[in-house]
Design a protein around this ligand. Structure first.
Ligand SMILES: *[C@@H]1O[C@H](CO)[C@@H](O)[C@H](O)[C@H]1NC(C)=O
Ligand SMILES: *[C@@H]1O[C@H](CO)[C@@H](O)[C@H](O)[C@H]1NC(C)=O
Ligand SMILES: *[C@@H]1O[C@H](CO)[C@@H](O)[C@H](O)[C@H]1NC(C)=O
Ligand SMILES: *[C@@H]1O[C@H](CO)[C@@H](O)[C@H](O)[C@H]1NC(C)=O
Ligand SMILES: *[C@@H]1O[C@H](CO)[C@@H](O)[C@H](O)[C@H]1NC(C)=O
Ligand SMILES: *[C@@H]1O[C@H](CO)[C@@H](O)[C@H](O)[C@H]1NC(C)=O
Ligand SMILES: *[C@@H]1O[C@H](CO)[C@@H](O)[C@H](O)[C@H]1NC(C)=O
Ligand SMILES: *[C@@H]1O[C@H](CO)[C@@H](O)[C@H](O)[C@H]1NC(C)=O
Ligand SMILES: *[C@@H]1O[C@H](CO)[C@@H](O)[C@H](O)[C@H]1NC(C)=O
Ligand SMILES: *[C@@H]1O[C@H](CO)[C@@H](O)[C@H](O)[C@H]1NC(C)=O
Length: 884
């Protein structure tokens, strides 16, 4: 019997411990009507995890999550927060949440002052305005949608209101102006919903408000009047980031005496930064990045002795920054000024009052001398001085100063001289990795060692020479040494870097063979060895690179047949083997196995034989370049199966090409163009200079997205397909040096984008069609070598034409200059939408994952800061995170 008592006691202790948010008093029992209200509330909810299992029995004050007043036993508190891990919500959130409609029976709880339903999947909040005793209301992460209840303003005692909804759509519509009636509010978090419209003017009356968070909504309008009230004296945090606010930052911001955080980033604020900001003596964080602010930075900001974080990047700020701008910024840890037009003008003796951890001054003018004051900064982990007009040598102290710098970008300057030896090791924690870009400078001399703990090293576009160091590459992920004068062989020590994802050694003077052991790099997804003097066979071990997406071996002297093992490269996206001496037939397995292939270039090799019909299986193919080989036979009639070329839009941006700035050479419009950013828009078939026979298959005219078609220098016969005019996107068409006959189809004049045309040296005859774009293509050389052709622009008139024909009667000739212009226009038009489409792609991916929007915008920002490989790191990270 005593045992049973003890067991019971233990049982109750467990219950007590379990209900830590439970009753406030142990010895009062709950009121019957309130108990019934809770039961109704429970009945309307789904509760898969049985979280409300303790909700039985008479005394509701003992139920988990229920708290009662100590004297009478009124229910005062209902805390059903689903406390999930915000960064791993999937598993727990799914199971623990309560679902369904909140029962209006809660209105019976006349004394309810604390209601926390956050993290659940609820609906039906219209009655909440009737819970007049509420002081605390937390509906964050709750999957609520629609407008906020119109009577919310009745909650005149409310002190905390949290409607933050990062995971779902959230609330929408304008804020009801009655919210200004909740004058007790101290915390108001409306972030990450779909609110729109202006901030109601009544909000200025929230005289107790300390934290006001409107971030990540669609609010618009000016903030001048809605904040000019007693809210000025109480506010400590104002967060307006990621909205569409316009107008100036009001000068009275200086009157927000208690303000510690001011975040107005990613809006459309314009005009100058108010100089009154210098009076916010408590300010710790000022974030105004990515607005349209102009003018100069007020000297007064230098008085903010508590300021730790200052980000003004991505505006149109100008003028000079002197030492006075920093006079008492002794707490500053992060300074972001990138992407403005600022000139930093401080003396070489200057000793700043701060010790920065992050310094970003990309695109500010810091040079021409290397800034000596950096020497005083001993804890910088992130340094961006890209495009900063520095044309100096790297000072000796920099090696030491940067030894613990994780992210370093000094690309796009005119830095010259030798690189440091990189022998200083970081004494701090051992776990960090370096992401360093020194690209696009004039560094010369040898590279003796790699900086220790390097994950990313970008030394592209310099004048470095000598061998690639035989060193320790373990830990390296991205190695980009392209466009230098490196010589010698590819060191086998590179193969020890099992983590390597990108190796770009293109545009150097490397010789020798591809080391067999490169096949060990199982993570590799970019291998670019193009434009070197490498030779030998492709080692069959490359077939082990199952992750490989981009393989560029162009412009070397590789020979032999393609090893069969390459058919294992099933992820491959770009196979660029042009300008080598490869031989053999085009392997049919390219079509059968490499089904993700988008760009295939075998141009300028010694491939012979026919075009295998299996290539037609490559439905993602956008570029097929077989030019300058010994290919014979007909063009397969199945070319219409290249569905990506038939499509008018190409959305595979996030499918790969962003993670590395892929490039491909396309011979188009009579010259070689290297495409990088807009690569995903390139659609091209080039079969020129081979021994191809037969007719041009009608199916080719189904490839409506084609920009470039070059069949010149073959033995094609027959007529130009009548439907050639369907290829409305075509910008370059070359059918010259074949045996085509018959008349030029009139539909050719429908090709409104055409800027390069060559039909010379065939047997074409009849009148040259006129009209539309053809009017501008009036160079006689387009048509020469076709004896039967007549009419403009040839001087030979057709039978029956008037003999009084003058060149001068026709439209003004368009010179070469203008053609270039057309091309440039096209190029720009391509980049713009390309970039936007690319980002939209990301946007859509992230739409449901709003927690990640921050990460994404970080990514966009870095696009501005021009560490393209660093983007690649991020993008790759994004890619792997989001598309596991
Ligand atoms: C509970 O209430 C009873 C009378 O209703 C009282 O005698 C007892 O002392 C109370 N116990 C506690 C722990 O307050
Ligand atoms: C709530 O539950 C009651 C029964 O307890 C039922 O009559 C009512 O329809 C339910 N309401 C909703 C919205 O489910
Ligand atoms: C997320 O939570 C689940 C279940 O608790 C767990 O198995 C998984 O490892 C967690 N994932 C991460 C990234 O923490
Ligand atoms: C509301 O609940 C969430 C957890 O679901 C918590 O992170 C947040 O701090 C709460 N808000 C307030 C104002 O207490
Ligand atoms: C949330 O509840 C709605 C119905 O109220 C349901 O359709 C939806 O699937 C639920 N969402 C989750 C994540 O459980
Ligand atoms: C609440 O606000 C509305 C509109 O701002 C106002 O008309 C009304 O008088 C206010 N009510 C109270 C109780 O303050
Ligand atoms: C081919 O590589 C050589 C260096 O090996 C370079 O000079 C040349 O410009 C490259 N050609 C093309 C078309 O890239
Ligand atoms: C290619 O794949 C086949 C079968 O999956 C495997 O047996 C072979 O070893 C692989 N070869 C290479 C070079 O990866
Ligand atoms: C390709 O054709 C050229 C010129 O006709 C010839 O010199 C060369 O030997 C041919 N190569 C092969 C591999 O057939
Ligand atoms: C081309 O596509 C058609 C269906 O559209 C299919 O029947 C045919 O087999 C394909 N041909 C080749 C060679 O892939």
């Amino acid at each position: 019997m005593p045992a049973l008592v003890m067991l019971l006691a233990l049982f109750f202790i467990i219950i007590r411990l379990d209900s830590n948010c439970g009753s406030l008093a142990s010895n009062v029992s709950c009121l019957e009507n309130e108990r019934e209200a809770l039961i109704k509330f429970k009945e309307n909810l789904t509760d898969e995890a049985n979280r409300l299992r303790s909700w039985v029995g008479q005394d509701c004050c003992t139920w988990k999550g229920v708290g009662c007043s100590s004297r009478i036993g009124h229910v005062m508190k209902l805390d059903l927060r689903n406390d999930f891990d915000k960064f791993n919500y999937t598993a727990i959130f799914r199971i623990n949440k309560l679902g369904g409609e909140i029962s209006p029976s809660l209105v019976e709880l006349k004394h309810l002052s604390h209601l926390d339903l956050s993290g659940n999947n609820l609906s039906g909040v219209d009655f909440l305005g009737s819970l007049k005793s509420l002081r605390y209301l937390n509906l964050s992460y709750s999957n609520l949608v629609g407008k906020v209840p119109h009577n919310l303003g009745n909650l005149s005692r409310l002190q905390y209101l949290d409607l933050n909804s990062p995971l779902r759509r959230g609330f929408e519509g304008p804020l009801p102006s009655c919210m200004g009636n909740m004058t007790q509010l101290t915390v108001l978090d409306l972030s990450d919903n779909q609110f729109k419209g202006e901030i109601p003017n009544s909000m200025k009356n929230l005289c107790s408000l300390r934290i006001f968070d409107l971030a990540l909504n669609y609010f618009s309008g000016e903030i001048v009047s809605p904040l000019y009230g007693c809210i000025r004296t109480s506010l400590e945090e104002l967060n307006l980031m990621f909205n569409s606010f316009t107008g100036q930052l009001p000068n009275y911001l200086g009157e927000f005496k208690n303000l510690e955080r001011l975040c107005v980033d990613y809006n459309s604020f314009s005009g100058p930064l108010p100089s009154s900001l210098g009076r916010l003596s408590h300010l710790r964080e000022l974030d105004a990045r990515y607005n349209q602010l102009n003018g100069s930075i007020p000297v007064g900001l230098g008085q903010l002795s508590n300021l730790q974080f200052l980000d003004l990047s991505g505006n149109s700020l100008g003028g000079m920054l002197y030492e006075q701008h920093f006079t008492t910024l002794k707490s500053l840890k992060e300074l972001h000024l990138s992407s403005n037009s600022l000139v930093i003008n401080v003396s070489s003796q200057w000793v700043p009052p701060f010790q920065l951890q992050i310094l970003e001054m990309g695109s500010c003018t810091l040079g021409p001398q290397f800034p000596t004051w950096l020497q005083t900064q001993r804890h910088v982990t992130r340094l961006d001085m890209s495009n900063a007009s520095i044309s100096d040598i790297m000072p000796d102290w920099f090696e030491h100063m940067s030894s613990c710098t994780e992210s370093l970008d000094i690309s796009n300057n005119h830095m010259r001289g030798k690189l440091p030896k990189f022998q200083t090791k970081c004494n701090d924690s051992g776990s960090f990795r370096k992401y360093w870009s020194l690209s696009s400078n004039k560094f010369d001399g040898p590279l003796s060692t790699l900086p220790s703990s390097t994950s990313l090293l970008d030394l592209s576009d310099n004048l470095l020479s000598g061998p690639i160091p035989v060193g320790n590459y373990s830990g390296i992920e991205f190695l980009v040494l392209s466009n230098n004068h490196f010589s010698g062989v590819i060191p086998v020590s590179l193969c020890s870097a099992a983590t390597t994802q990108i190796i770009d050694l293109s545009k150097n003077r490397l010789s020798g063979r591809i080391p067999r052991c490169l096949g060990n790099l199982g993570e590799l997804y970019v291998l670019d060895l193009s434009s070197n003097s490498l030779h030998g066979h492709i080692p069959s071990s490359l077939g082990f690179l199952q992750q490989l997406e981009y393989l560029h071996l162009r412009n070397n002297t590789f020979h032999g047949e393609l090893p069969l093992s390459l058919q294992n490269l099933t992820s491959i996206h770009t196979l660029d083997l042009g300008e080598n001496s490869f031989t053999g037939v085009i392997p049919p397995w390219i079509g059968d196995k490499l089904s993700d292939l988008v760009f295939l270039s075998l141009q300028s090799n010694n491939f012979y034989g026919g075009i295998p019909v299996q290539l037609c299986h490559l439905s993602a193919l956008q570029l097929l370049d077989l030019a300058h080989n010994n290919i014979t036979g007909d063009i397969p009639s199945c070319f219409h199966n290249f569905t990506a070329m038939a499509a008018l839009e190409h959305n595979n941006y996030f499918g790969g090409s962003e993670s590395y700035e892929d490039n491909i050479l396309v011979t188009m419009k009579g010259r070689e163009l290297e495409y990088t950013k807009i690569l995903q828009f390139v659609t091209s078939i080039d079969l020129s200079t081979n021994g191809i026979t037969g007719e041009i298959p009608e199916g080719l005219t189904a490839l409506l997205g084609l920009l470039n078609l070059n069949l010149s220098g073959n033995h094609l016969t027959g007529r130009i397909p009548e439907k050639i005019g369907n290829l409305k996107q075509l910008e370059s068409l070359d059918l010259s040096r074949n045996k085509l006959f018959g008349s030029i189809p009139h539909s050719l004049s429908n090709l409104n984008s055409l800027s390069h045309l060559n039909l010379s040296f065939n047997n074409l005859s009849g009148r040259i069609p006129t009209g539309n774009q053809l009017q501008t293509l009036d160079d006689q050389s387009i048509y020469v070598g076709n004896d039967g052709l007549c009419g403009a622009p040839l001087t030979k008139s057709c039978p029956g034409d008037e003999s009084t024909y003058h060149d001068g009667d026709h439209q003004v000739l368009v010179g070469n200059g203008e053609e270039d212009e057309i091309e440039v226009m096209w190029f720009c038009a391509g980049i713009g939408p390309g970039f936007v489409v690319g980002l939209l792609g990301v946007m859509c991916t992230l739409y449901f994952k709003r927690e990640w929007r921050y990460v994404y915008f970080q990514f966009v920002e870095d696009t501005y800061s021009r560490i393209f490989v660093a983007i690649a790191v991020k993008a790759n990270w994004l890619r792997r995170k989001f598309h596991p």
